[in-house]
Design a protein around this ligand. Structure first.
Ligand code: SF4
Length: 346
């Protein structure tokens, strides 16, 4: 019997707009709608993959959740593990001071794409990993070093690495150091922002295995941001597909690969270069670039690139609908998409 899930994070109508300024006086003349109403639940203990093309808002979603960015509107509801059972914090409205006072900063962390730029090149490994611990708790130097060694061991590194600089390591080792730093404050949620895409293919699997091992061992919850569906296929239990600041499909990973219901998801799957892993149906090649998030298309935002668009798609925005258990999609033609893909591209 499967246990009912508990939501660690709930996003409700989350928006992040960046003003576009022009002229001598830098007046706001518009806004980049990086996130334009995201509703998403992240279950405690899961790895949720967040996929889509560059510029669709994936990374902005991750940064908004851990409050590297303040959202423009909406809620970011967080239920801390050690809070009272009814404790729910709305991170969207908390000040920096309040986030620190409630201990939220250490509980929600991020691993960035490129460890070459995310690690300070002038700091020794022992100081890189110790820095976030010092910001959270007072430990004597011996206890601090023991904790740093423990963290390095968790990511497969040793005492020999303590007194070295980031440039002395390979890309994979640097990402291990970044992971050690991210878990140093006993977090319960990590945003993993393309954590393997700057690495050689041979090293990617090692980092994915490490992340999965740590998730199980430490009871972590992940939001895994990537443009590469195959990377998250083996580590994510569910996938959310984003297009132009909105989630358009959310489903268990297996259902995305076998029965995607949104044409955009089919197009992303078509881009996977291993035929055996593609869903049934043919290859959809999208024409044109992603439209500007400053002035996104009305109604269904995908209609300018969708091979199956009808008049209704240009007139009415499709609502998210649950089409199977845990499988949500926003498309007027979701019931016929699999057949349409097969007929037109099979
Ligand atoms: Fe395509 Fe219409 Fe579905 Fe949008 S609503 S994805 S335009 S079929």
């Amino acid at each position: 019997m499967t246990r009912p899930h508990v939501n660690l994070i709930e996003l409700r109508g989350l928006k992040k707009h960046y003003p576009v300024k022009a002229g001598v006086f830098r007046h706001a003349v518009g806004a980049v709608r990086a996130l334009d109403g995201i509703d998403l639940d992240i279950h405690r203990g899961e790895c949720l993959g967040l996929v889509g093309e560059s510029g669709c808002g994936k990374t902005t979603t991750g940064k908004a959740i851990i409050r590297l960015h303040a959202p423009t509107a909406g809620q970011i509801l967080y239920r801390p593990r050690n809070g009272a059972t009814d404790t729910t914090l709305d991170l969207a409205v908390m000040s920096r001071h309040e986030l620190k006072r409630q201990g939220v900063r250490g509980k929600l962390q991020m691993v960035f794409q490129d460890p070459t730029t995310s690690l300070n090149p002038r700091m020794l490994v022992k100081h890189i990993v110790a820095e976030p611990i010092r910001a959270q708790e007072r430990l004597g130097s011996r206890a601090l070093e023991d904790r740093v060694l423990e963290l390095l061991a968790m990511v497969g590194m040793t005492r020999d690495h303590l007194l070295r600089y980031p440039h002395e390591f390979s890309g994979g080792q640097r990402q291990r150091i970044a992971v050690a730093r991210a878990i140093a404050t006993h977090p319960e949620f990590l945003v993993l922002d393309e954590p393997t895409s700057a690495l050689d293919v041979s090293v990617q699997a090692q980092i994915l295995n490490l992340l999965e091992e740590l998730r199980q061992r430490l009871g972590l919850t992940y939001l895994f941001v990537t443009h590469h569906l195959l990377v998250v296929k083996y580590i994510s239990s569910r996938l959310a597909v984003m297009y132009l600041g909105k989630v358009v499909e959310l489903a268990p990973t297996g259902a995305v690969f076998s029965h995607a219901r949104h044409p955009y998801t089919h197009a992303l799957l078509s881009g996977i270069p291993v035929p055996a892993t593609r869903p049934r149906g043919g290859r959809i090649v999208l024409s044109g670039d992603v439209p500007s998030p400053v002035n996104p298309p009305a109604a269904c935002r995908f209609h300018t690139r969708c091979p199956f668009a009808l008049n209704i798609c240009r007139e009415m925005e499709p609502a998210m609908a649950e089409v199977a258990a845990g499988h949500w999609v926003a498309c007027h033609r979701h019931a016929e998409v699999e057949r349409l893909v097969k007929d037109q591209f099979g």
